[in-house]
Design a binder for this molecule. Structure first.
Ligand code: SF4
Length: 437
């Protein structure tokens, strides 16, 4: 069987990109801590920020208040912000208190925020100084999760990129999977690749600091997420080579992603077929069942999760949707070109956001489904539009074969709900637009 995808005559790869800069409606990079702290079990994320930053984290990760959390906020008080106190001394005291109380911490991330950037608190210098104090027991790194210029998935990119220079050097030929996925999903990928004979396989981030992978000129890596541009550059600086492929969303994306790795490791076609045929069939069936309501419907992506381009490829090619606009906060062409290659030309590709202009475009075309941030969803629903929260796509396991049906289901659910709420379906009750989700 030929696994090279059919590339449409004219694709989105060379389409002009509409670039706009104006008011943006996205979460900041601190949001990534919610899934990163679950993944790295001996890490701690210390946000150096304001009470607003602390509230964001606390409300987004509220379930953690009953456990010993692996994140916290060192609050910058007015005196710090006015330059009246030495914020470095206070930070050193906070870190000493934390590490004394929590001997399980092996990696400490100092996470910058809007306030720490505004007062130009040099967290890189602080991380260097604190590493000298606490190495080798604790490695202290830093990155920025500030919302001034970043969107929420860039927090993960910045975090992983900060780890790369500290990874040990290695000459081993290894496959590195890059990106934080739920364990169960990561295990599926490793299991499929292992059955093909691909290995050794390492992951970044590893669950524990002692298991961090080595990196060097014989490392080849495959990205699991399309928002890891800075991490990719850092790995390439260490001599590693990227395997380019569409991202593993849906049956087709997963097959092409696995096939690119299989080719790199000289897996023969018969083995590839034997390992993938059953899960591929399950994925196709699940997608067919979940996507009936999506066929022929139009979709508009506002820029948010940075998953927009690969997801459009999945929705257009495997679920029969028509894309009107694919908005991304930032487009890393080197990462998403294989996906753009597979999307037929037609939709507007936009990078960045001027939210009022984008809302005008949405109102003009009235798509069947709009994917957007939390703050925009209910106002758009009140205007009679059907929406999907972009952030759910990051918090829900959606990669690889076994999740392909769930991925289609995430998009079909709001359309089904809309049909159920239509006046004729709703019986004698008045029409309701703004709905709790
Ligand atoms: S980093 Fe900036 S955008 Fe994020 S919660 Fe703190 S102040 Fe708000």
């Amino acid at each position: 069987m030929n696994h090279s995808a059919r590339i449409t005559a004219r694709t989105c790869r060379d389409a002009p990109v509409l670039r706009q800069r104006g008011q943006r409606e996205v979460f900041c990079g601190l949001t990534g801590i919610i899934w990163l702290h679950r993944k790295m079990q001996d890490a701690f994320f210390l946000v150096v920020g304001s009470r607003t930053c602390a509230h964001l984290l606390q409300s987004a990760a509220g379930v953690m208040i009953f456990a010993e959390p692996r994140f916290g906020t060192a609050i910058l008080e007015e005196g710090d912000l006015a330059g009246m106190a030495d914020a470095h001394d206070e930070l050193d005291r906070e870190v000493a208190r934390l590490l004394d109380r929590r001997p399980d911490i092996r990696q400490l991330f100092l996470v910058g925020s809007c306030p720490s950037e505004v007062i130009k608190l040099d967290l890189a210098r602080a991380a260097e100084r604190l590493t000298q104090v606490y190495a080798p027991r604790v490695r202290v790194l830093n990155y920025s999760g500030s919302g001034i210029e970043t969107t929420f998935t860039q927090g993960e990119d910045a975090c992983l990129a900060s780890m790369v220079p500290a990874l040990p050097a290695s000459d081993m030929r290894e496959l590195l999977l890059v990106g934080a996925l739920p364990e169960v999903v990561e295990d599926q990928a490793i299991s499929l690749l292992g059955k093909m004979g691909v290995g050794p396989i390492r992951v970044l981030p590893a669950p524990r600091s002692a298991e961090m992978p080595g990196v060097g000129p014989n490392t080849v890596f495959a990205c699991l997420q399309p928002f890891l541009g800075t991490t990719v550059a850092a790995l390439q600086n260490r001599g590693a080579r990227m395997i380019r492929a569409p991202f593993p969303f849906g049956e087709e994306g997963t097959t092409l992603w696995l096939k690119a790795i299989a080719n790199e490791f000289s897996v023969d076609d018969a083995t590839f077929e034997r390992v993938t045929v059953a899960p591929r069939t399950r994925a196709r069936t699940a997608i067919t069942n979940a996507s009936a309501v999506l066929r022929g419907k139009s979709i508009f992506f506002m820029p948010d999760s940075q998953l927009e381009i690969p997801l459009t490829r999945f929705l257009v090619r495997e679920c029969g949707m028509e894309a009107i606009e694919i908005g991304q906060p930032y487009i890393h062409k080197g990462l998403v070109d294989p996906d753009l290659d597979l999307i037929p030309a037609g939709p507007v590709i936009s990078e960045g956001q001027d939210v009022d202009l984008q809302l005008d475009r949405i109102r003009a075309v009235r798509p069947d489904l709009t994917v957007c941030g939390l703050g925009l969803a209910n106002p758009l629903e009140a205007e009679g539009l059907t929406t999907k929260w972009a952030i759910e796509l990051v918090f829900t396991p959606v990669h690889f074969y076994e999740q392909a049906g769930d991925l289609a289901g995430l998009f079909s659910r709001p359309l089904r709900r809309r049909d159920l709420l239509k006046p004729e379906a709703a019986g004698p009750f008045p029409e309701t637009h703004a709905v709790a989700r």
